[in-house]
Design a protein around this ligand. Structure first.
Ligand code: ADP
Length: 246
């Protein structure tokens, strides 16, 4: 299977400090992947590079069947190519209802001209309902997003990203601050989303990573320290050293 994303030997320094150090990583077109690592390992910088927010000093970020290099492209261009990013804090339109939030997302970025010219079609309505059901917010369709719980807002934002049909969804600590049942729902949601696209979850909560039950990449000092199942990486002496600080 051809990789969807092939990060090839990227490095970046800030004021002489190497935050990402010759990092290579491959993401398949479908399935879940967790990226873990202690604070300062380079997880955020990695996401910033892939999404075009930070330009690497060297290396390539190859995308899709044609291995297009994303380095140097704008964040919006990269988003339109099908790369969706979810930040840790939910950013939904609080004054709008769940339905309106989904509607905006459905008519939005990957096809900007549609926002200007398209009317809301029966198809859009059906998709909004399907996504609301998928994220578990069908009963809350007409509530303002600002009235939702933290977990529900996170799901709404994931739904808004799904509405744009990304080929890769990058999600930063999706379960932070969630209750146990909310975490379970989040796991199910991400797992279903990963049936038809790549979903990369950046996380430092090991218990949540265990729930995801997927391939794990451990970053440390801007490099890949280990890769494999969670059991495999957590039995690696280097990973144990890094996590226990020995
Ligand atoms: P993580 O997300 O794994 O906690 P980061 O990617 O945020 O790690 O940071 C990796 C390292 O790079 C840290 O030591 C951090 O202080 C440094 N760093 C990240 N961004 C910048 C920046 N814009 N300027 C200076 N140092 C930075």
């Amino acid at each position: 299977m051809t990789a969807l994303l092939h990060v090839d030997s990227i490095s970046v320094s800030f004021d002489g400090f190497r935050a990402i150090n010759d990092l290579s990583l491959t993401v398949e077109p479908t399935g879940l992947r967790a990226i873990i690592g202690p604070n300062g390992a380079g997880k955020t910088t990695f996401m910033d590079i892939v999404t075009g927010k930070t330009r690497p000093d060297s290396g390539r970020v190859l995308w899709g069947e044609k291995a297009q290099d994303l380095v140097g492209l704008s964040e919006s261009r990269i988003a339109r190519l099908g790369l969706g990013r979810k930040f840790q804090r939910p950013t939904v339109f609080e004054a709008q209802t769940v339905a309106e939030n989904l509607d905006l997302a459905l008519r939005n970025p990957r096809q900007p001209l549609r926002v200007l010219f398209a009317r809301r079609t029966a198809d859009d309505r059906a998709r909004a309902l399907a996504i609301a059901e998928e994220i578990g917010l069908l009963p809350h369709l007409h509530r303002r997003a600002g009235e939702l719980s933290h977990g529900q807002k996170q799901w709404l934002e994931i739904g808004m990203l799904l509405a744009q049909d990304p080929r890769l969804l990058l999600v930063d600590e999706p379960a932070a601050g969630m209750t146990v049942p909310e975490r379970e729902h989040t796991t199910d949601l991400l797992r279903r989303a990963a049936e038809t696209r790549a979903v990369v979850v950046v996380e430092h909560d090991m218990e949540f990573v265990r729930r995801l039950d997927c391939r794990v990449t451990v970053l440390h000092e801007g490099r890949v320290l280990a890769e494999g199942s969670l059991d495999h990486v957590t039995s690696n002496p280097d990973v144990i050293d890094v996590y226990l600080g020995r």
